[in-house]
Design a protein around this ligand. Structure first.
Ligand SMILES: C[S@@+](CC[C@H](N)C(=O)[O-])C[C@H]1O[C@@H](n2cnc3c(N)ncnc32)[C@H](O)[C@@H]1O
Length: 211
């Protein structure tokens, strides 16, 4: 996310100097074309999980979906997919992509801390949403992920790795993730696999199961 803008400054003029990480801040990132996290297509790891049958058609949520390349890929693969994002530009972009390909998915323009689905999900795909949230919101986000998933549901996750103390993206090292997604609530895979991120950073990817 650092590739094309000094973090924390985008949108400051429009949203106010203390407005980092608000809806206005993220909307300004889209308006100003400062979206260096965007691959322009679905993540290779998601495509690999789909091709290998590790992730099969089900009811799935993509929080902080951005322009929604993964929402589109999942809809194309026959999933009952819901994307959430609070930036109107992101929601409009997903809807336009879906419409241009004749695909159907639910896209909710909502703050994820206010989002209440009618039914739980069997899976969640988390990519670059956790690391976009201020760390003081992480415990609340983990609680929501756990609440949104059915027992036994799976969290397909990409955890951002960075040495920078500033964010976004905020560093999600494995030890901190194991504390956040604690063993009493989450079953962890034996290992996490690296994936390159468009910013030049690396994400560690893996599938956690909600107990
Ligand atoms: C770094 S972008 C990643 C987008 C997408 N996951 C991707 O990898 O291309 C983070 C996204 O999360 C959204 N977001 C951040 N905080 C949010 C919140 N509290 N509620 C809903 N969306 C949020 C932003 O609007 C932005 O689109």
């Amino acid at each position: 996310m650092t590739a094309d803008a000094p973090e924390g400054r985008a949108g400051a003029g429009i949203c106010g100097p203390s407005a980092t990480l608000t809806r206005c801040y993220w909307q300004a990132r889209y308006d100003q074309g400062q979206t260096g996290w965007d691959r322009g297509g679905a993540s290779p790891t998601l495509l690999r999980w789909l091709a290998a049958g590790d992730l099969k058609a089900c009811r799935i949520l993509v929080p902080g979906c951005g322009r929604g390349h993964e929402v589109v890929a999942l809809a194309k693969a026959g999933f009952d997919v819901t994307g959430i994002d609070f930036a109107p530009a992101a929601v409009a972009a997903v809807q336009a992509q879906l419409a241009s390909e004749g695909l159907i998915a639910e896209v909710a323009q909502s703050d994820l801390f206010a989002y209440q689905p009618d039914q739980p999900f069997e899976a969640i795909y988390e990519q670059t949403c956790l690391c976009a949230l201020p760390p003081e919101q992480w415990a609340g986000y983990e609680q929501r992920l756990a609440m949104w998933l059915s027992p036994g549901g799976r969290l397909f996750a990409a955890f951002m790795q960075t040495d920078s103390a500033d964010g976004p993206p905020f560093a999600c090292p494995p030890d901190a993730m194991r504390r956040l997604f604690a063993a009493d609530r989450w079953e962890w895979p034996d290992r996490l696999e690296p994936q390159e991120h468009p910013t030049g950073l690396v994400e560690l990817t893996g599938v956690l199961r909600r107990r």
